[in-house]
Design a protein around this ligand. Structure first.
Ligand SMILES: O=C[C@H](O)COP(=O)(O)O
Length: 222
C-alpha cells in the first residue's frame, strides 16, 4: 500500500501567502520526514516555484486551464505549472468548477506533462464520473462542509464510503482522497479506515497559530 497522503491547499487565504506559506511548507517537510506520511502543498500560482525550489515536499497547482500554448490571456497554462516545479495539480476544486469536457481536457494535459491529477468531486455520482476519466486521484468533498470546521469523516462518513465504492467500481487504479473540515488525527484515521489513501485539507492547517503541531496531530494515528 502507498504511504498515506495529506495535501494542504493554501487556497488564497492571507495566512497561506508569503512568509506564512514558507512556515507551513517547512512544517510539512519536518512532519513528513518524521512520520513517513507524504505531505504535499498547493500554494497560489506565483508561489509554486518558491515552494518547489526550497522544499522537498511535493507541490501541486490549485488549478490548470484546458489549454495549450498559444493565444490565451489570463489562463493557467499546464506547461507553466510543470516548469514551475509542480508535481501535480488539483482539477475541478469546488471553488474552481469545470465542465466535464474541460476536466477531460485538463486530464489529457496532465498526462502529457506527467503531472499527477487530483480531480475534486462533490458526491458519489460525480466521483464515479471522474474515475471514468482516469485521474490519479479523486478527492470527494461535500461543498457544504468545506471550511466549516465540521469534518466530513464524522459528519458524513457514508459519502466517503459510497465514493470509494463508486470509484473502485469504475476504475480500481484511481486512488481516493477525502476533504472538508478535516482537522485531527482522528478525522484522518476514519478517512483511511473507510478506504481512502488520505485527505485534502486547508483551513485547519493554514489558519492554525502553530501549523506544525496541527500536522503532528493529523499524522498521529496513521
Ligand atoms: O481543498 C481543500 C478543501 O476545500 C477543504 O477545505 P477545509 O479543510 O478548509 O474544509
Amino acid at each position: 500500500m502507498d504511504s498515506p497522503f495529506i495535501l494542504i491547499n493554501l487556497k488564497t487565504y492571507k495566512e497561506g501567502m508569503g512568509s506564512n506559506a514558507h512556515r507551513i511548507a517547512a512544517a510539512a517537510e519536518t512532519v513528513a520526514k518524521e512520520s513517513g506520511v507524504v505531505i504535499g502543498i498547493a500554494p497560489t500560482f506565483t508561489e509554486l516555484h518558491p515552494m518547489s525550489h526550497h522544499y522537498s515536499i511535493p507541490v501541486y497547482a490549485q488549478h490548470i486551464d484546458p489549454i495549450s500554448p498559444g493565444a490565451h490571456t489570463g489562463h493557467i497554462l499546464p506547461e507553466s505549472v510543470r516548469s514551475a516545479g509542480a508535481r501535480g495539480t488539483l482539477i475541478n476544486h469546488s471553488e474552481r468548477r469545470l465542465t466535464l469536457a474541460d476536466i477531460d481536457a485538463c486530464l489529457q494535459a496532465a498526462r502529457r506533462l506527467r503531472l499527477e491529477s487530483v480531480v475534486c468531486t462533490n458526491n458519489d455520482a460525480t466521483s464515479a464520473a471522474a474515475a471514468a476519466l482516469g485521474p490519479d486521484y479523486v478527492a470527494i468533498e461535500p461543498p457544504e462542509l468545506i471550511g466549516s470546521g465540521v469534518s466530513v469523516s464524522k459528519a458524513d462518513p457514508g459519502i466517503i464510503e459510497r465514493s470509494v465504492n463508486a470509484v473502485l467500481g469504475v476504475n480500481p487504479n484511481v486512488k481516493v482522497l477525502t476533504g472538508a473540515g478535516i482537522q485531527s488525527g482522528e478525522c484522518v484515521k476514519i478517512a483511511i479506515d473507510l478506504g481512502t489513501c488520505g485527505v485534502l485539507l486547508a483551513s485547519s492547517v493554514v489558519k492554525a497559530e502553530d501549523p506544525e503541531s496541527v500536522l503532528r496531530d493529523l499524522v498521529s494515528l496513521i
